[in-house]
Design a protein around this ligand. Sequence first.
Ligand SMILES: Nc1ncnc2c1ncn2[C@@H]1O[C@H](COP(=O)(O)OP(=O)(O)O)[C@@H](O)[C@H]1O
Ligand SMILES: [Mg+2]
Length: 328
Amino acid sequence: MNLLDVRNLCVRYGSEQTGVLAVDTVDLRIGQGEFVGLAGESGCGKTTLAMAIPNLLPEGATVVSGSVTFDGQDITHASEETLNSIRWKEISVIFQGALNALNPVKSVGWQIAEPMLAHDSGLSDKDALARARELLDAVGISKSRSSAYPHEFSGGMRQRVMIAMALACKPKLVIADEPITALDVMTQAQILDLLRSLSSSFDLSLLLISHDLSVLADTCDRVQVMYAGKAVESGSAETIFASADSSESAAHPYTNRLLKSYPNILHERVFIDGIPGYPPDLSLPQTGCRFAARCDQVQSVCRTQEPALIELHTNHFVACHFAEQVSR
Ligand SMILES: Nc1ncnc2c1ncn2[C@@H]1O[C@H](COP(=O)(O)OP(=O)(O)O)[C@@H](O)[C@H]1O
Ligand SMILES: [Mg+2]
């Protein structure tokens, strides 16, 4: 059984008539202990999909259809009470742009201890603080700094504090939305190293979101790529990052363009080739493949027929009419 099983999820912002379907019939599965990467340009619906899981969607967003099953329980329309018992304890979230969300007037130790105290009435302040210090140690910050304030830390250190906070209540799933985007390249690599190392010391599943595919390469077991509200490809990291002449590699033209769009922070630096144009305006009706207008391998069928997400190889799904023959 998967720890997380999202099926056919549709999330809309605004009304049925004028709203935008930001997530359109998307599946997402995460196994126990699995690290899954979610990629795609800004505006493709990554955050919306992720926030729909613990129902932390902003006002105006509606889960129109589909289901979210977590640890065997359908939580799609769970009550606030049920969701409150799940958030932090079962599923924790490192929000996009949260680096500056730490409380400036509370020590980091206290900020890590607070969710533990809120979710465990039997825990003493002293024990919560002791565990906060252990967590700081686990994320590479000296225990002695637990009484320091956020302004005394660099951006990378603050992100480590956020990660410690996310781990505080021993959740089964951590959702990390662009956790390294605001950091410099060296610090990015260190935070990715940290996330990887935590997988062995904590029994953890991770949904790691990034607009930059290369960030997910060495951190994730599996990768799902979104484009304009749709899942266009998903497969093992091995497949997605395989070189083009391998027997199996990324098959969607969008994934392939995305792979060439960012410098790989961990490997050989290659020429960066951005994707011309922009994702479509989802407030307008969509026909055909949503990537057609930007695809260098577009054919006439792409403009009229929406490609289904098919299983090209075992556990490798692609939504492209020409998945088997795209050139890379
Ligand atoms: N609070 C909101 N209200 C209305 N539309 C939104 C809101 N948040 C996101 N959207 C729209 O939903 C789409 C997906 O956004 P988002 O999930 O944030 O994408 P990503 O995380 O991939 O950048 C975008 O087109 C965006 O304009
Ligand atoms: Mg986002």
